[in-house]
Design a protein around this ligand. Structure first.
Ligand SMILES: C[S@@+](CC[C@H](N)C(=O)[O-])C[C@H]1O[C@@H](n2cnc3c(N)ncnc32)[C@H](O)[C@@H]1O
Length: 429
């Protein structure tokens, strides 16, 4: 076989554009999916369809890059799934996912909401130490800091942990909406001085809107889940997918996930996105910083590439001709990804299915075919087969509007407008 042939097969093998996976007009905020925004959320309908096709009776589901828990919510609403595992290193993601997968009688939430409102009224001056947080006055107006402090201390008085988490998630969502950050951005940028001068967000009004929306979402989730009359054991761990995790060996039948699509410096910085609300929620600053350091590709690699992926090597060669350091960053990301594959291999059962939703980013003008690279990294282990890749259009995925493939301020590139659904099978050998 000529050398170039070894590069071609994975990209073209069983690759099809399929508009039935686009879900262009679907409501992506049903059930508890409306609870909290999060970068690069998975479209629930995509997870649902994957579970329908590949989820067998009494299946155990895993999402090793769980984020806000969209996949786990869909697992709970899919009859054959009886247990689900989620992993993430971001404490905010853990809180959101746990809350989205905890059915609570909506009336209890209504009752607690009334109590929180009356506590808020009573607390005129509350000092939770928010003013000691770094740069707090840069990111929030004084009125917002005072109101958020009254709100948080009212929520802190809720005894029931699960109900409290529901309101902490509403609080976190409110925090972002009343901060001085530019709406629609995942990195922290402040709105401009001119707009800021007249900006006076009403924290209680925003919180009330979020709570009402989320109670409505809980209503439909609670009814849909109870209607199924089943149990789903949910196990969520704040653990790093590159390491040996708490999930037992060969315990999962199906994996559905959307992993990060590049390192946090040049793509989505989950830690930075979560920083403000995480600080107000009381998570330690160090822990929040570690989210981006421990994200895939968070630390540059200085090793030679020894990963068995012709597509990766070809991309690295082209990038390194333009910028050697950027090539090392790209390599670090896939080295980390390969560590996750080792852990995934440990926890997946033979004959299980693995469904990845990935985006192909551009670095230094070079399109990196992550779909092909992941398929090659799995297939290099010999006990995996790449079944197919489906290409879907991204009608409404919340991604940064413009990315910077050159990493030079002001120089921007195209946003990804399609993503790849990669289906693999672990063989029984
Ligand atoms: C694309 S997001 C997942 C979004 C999710 N599907 C949703 O709908 O919300 C990728 C997630 O991977 C997490 N992540 C990054 N590196 C990780 C690691 N080493 N171990 C576990 N999770 C990691 C990030 O914190 C982020 O939440």
């Amino acid at each position: 076989m000529p050398e170039f042939m070894s590069v071609i097969p994975v990209t073209i093998k069983e690759m099809q554009r399929d508009s039935t996976w686009d879900f262009a007009t679907a409501d992506t905020k049903e059930f508890t999916h409306c609870f909290h925004s999060y970068p690069a959320m998975m479209i629930p309908q995509v997870a649902r369809k994957m579970l329908k096709i590949y989820g067998k009776q009494d299946s155990s589901l895993i999402d090793p890059f769980m984020g806000s828990g969209s996949v786990l919510v869909e697992g709970m609403l899919h009859e054959p799934i009886t247990s689900a595992y989620g992993l993430d290193i971001n404490p905010l993601a853990i809180l959101i996912a746990k809350t989205k997968t905890t059915p609570i009688k909506p009336q209890l939430l209504e009752n607690t909401f009334s109590k929180i409102l009356s506590e808020f009224d009573k607390k005129k001056n509350t000092d939770l130490g928010f003013y000691n947080l770094t740069n707090i006055k840069y990111w929030f107006k004084e009125q917002a800091i005072n109101d958020l402090s009254r709100l948080k201390s009212s929520i802190d008085e809720v005894d029931n942990g699960k109900i409290k988490n529901f309101f902490l998630v509403c609080f976190s969502e409110t925090t972002r909406k009343v901060s001085n950050t530019r709406p629609g951005e995942f990195k922290l940028y402040r709105i401009n001085e001119k707009k800021l001068a007249n900006y006076l967000p009403n924290t209680l009004e925003v919180f009330t809107h979020v709570v009402k929306r989320n109670i409505k979402g809980m209503h439909s989730f609670y009814s849909a889940f109870n209607y199924l009359d089943k149990k789903t054991a949910i196990n969520i761990y704040k653990e790093d997918s590159r390491t040996k995790t708490s999930i037992p060996s060969e315990s999962c039948d199906i994996l559905v996930t959307s992993p990060p699509y590049g390192d946090s410096r040049t793509t989505v910085a989950y830690g930075q996105y979560s920083r403000l609300s995480s600080q107000l929620l009381g998570y330690s600053y160090d822990e929040i910083r570690r989210v981006d350091q421990n994200g895939l590709g968070g630390k540059r690699s200085y090793k030679e590439n020894n990963l068995d992926s012709p597509h990766l090597q070809s991309a690295l060669d082209k990038i390194s001709a333009a910028d050697e350091i950027r090539a090392l960053d790209v390599l670090a990301f896939y080295e980390d990804f390969n560590k996750c594959i080792t852990e995934i291999d440990r926890i997946m059962k033979p004959n299980s299915h693995l469904c990845f939703v990935v985006g192909n980013r551009t670095v230094k003008g070079v399109k990196i075919l992550t779909n092909a690279i992941i398929a090659e990294l799995f297939e290099s282990r010999e006990n995996y087969s790449h079944l197919k890749t489906i290409i879907r259009k991204i009608p409404n995925k919340k991604m940064p509007k413009i990315n910077s493939p050159t990493n030079v301020k002001g120089v921007t590139g195209q946003t990804m407008d399609e993503e790849y659904l990669l289906i693999l099978k672990k063989l029984n050998c």
